[in-house]
Design a protein around this ligand. Sequence first.
Ligand code: EPU
Length: 437
Amino acid sequence: MSQITVTGGKPLIGRVDLKGAKNLVTKAMVAALLGETPSVLKDVPFISDVDIVSRLLQLHGVAISHSEEGVMSLDPSNVASARMVDIDAHAGSSRIPILFCGPLLHRLGEAFIPGLGGCHIGDRPIDYHFEVLRNFGAVIEELENGTRLSAPRGLKGAKISLPYPSVGATEQVLLTATRAEGLTELSGAAIEPEIMDLIAILQKMGAIISVDTDRVIRIEGVKELKGYTHRALFDRNEAASWACAALATKGDIFVGGARQQEMTTFLNVFRKVGGAFEIEDEGIRFYHPGGDLKPVVLETDVHPGFMTDWQQPLVVALTQAKGLSIIHETVYENRFGFTDALVQMGAQIQIYRECLGGTACRFGQRNFNHSAVISGPTELHAADIRVPDLRGGFSHMVAALAAKGTSNVTNVQLISRGYEHFLQKLTDLGADFSYSE
Ligand code: EPU
């Protein structure tokens, strides 16, 4: 298990550069399976989620190369079934394999999906995915070690309505409908910028997709798709993470590649809390302008709301704000587990079952601890902590960097699932740390 020993209390100052969004790149790689010719994806980061998807694609005969500059070519000319035992070796490593279903059914008439992994931030069921696939005509057989799918009568367009605008289930529809026979109408779709970028990629491949008002997406199935060339949308989650790191450590970070348009909701909150930013053509500079940080009341939500992934690093900065902040998490029922470590470091955070500070959400009548009240400012002190998940882990690192004294943070390899060259970036920002495997 890898460990970082970090001496905090020093502002993070300098520049980091972003590559493509983890939550787009991995899906774009799966989309390449749908094409008859090779695809080229630019700005692909070196993160472990990309490695896992690469290995699964390679098992299915996709030839992949990934250059130092982040240019990935994916050649699906020789797509073939993979051995169940080889696929199963990837069980528990990622959530992306569920998106292989549609493309593999189109290419091979069958699919085997290993048990899923991903961050433990809630139950994370896949019932919407299975319902969607059944709507298209897939037959699903749940096995002890994974899921087998077939489509005895082919995949046919369908009218689908999602009970909640799930990002993954919307991607499932897109990746399945583009080559299904006939028309698909999806209502209740997620419309995150990463989904819009996936739609742009599919359009380049030859798909016909229209995004209508009120979360309705219509897809006219086509018989064949070709490869694409595309530069991936920047990682707005990583941008927000470094912005919060600048705020929490009283630092100043220029995030190269960050763009205003996909981050307006975050920027509003950042400003309200007392952070400052300057938008340039090349990126965004985030800094602590001095003075007290201010508390905030907010809810996480689907796009265009405040992203759930931004909540965790923001909470660390809010421990330094003067007054009571309230965060109501409405996307995942269990995303405040990471606050235990912050409390251990001196933060005052209480977690509640009730929907606090905003409208009632679907978790309200259930027994989920999904609202947090943060009382600040509190001085953070060093502690020994274990990274629980990707964003929670980043937050723990930021807390350790802001805290007085020397902290030991273990299980840090989880952070490399979503943050490219994380250690190098910490070095570039002047962090005082050492790393051991
Ligand atoms: N849900 C169901 N059933 C389903 C699918 C989802 O009940 O079949 C529920 C989930 O349990 C959750 C809600 O719907 O409560 C939203 O889940 P969604 O499907 O939107 O999330 P996802 O596709 O699994 C992606 C990102 C997450 C990000 C969310 C929300 C990827 C690989 N993951 O997850 O990113 O938080 O959308 O924007 O794209 C991260 O990057 O750290 C991360 C967790």
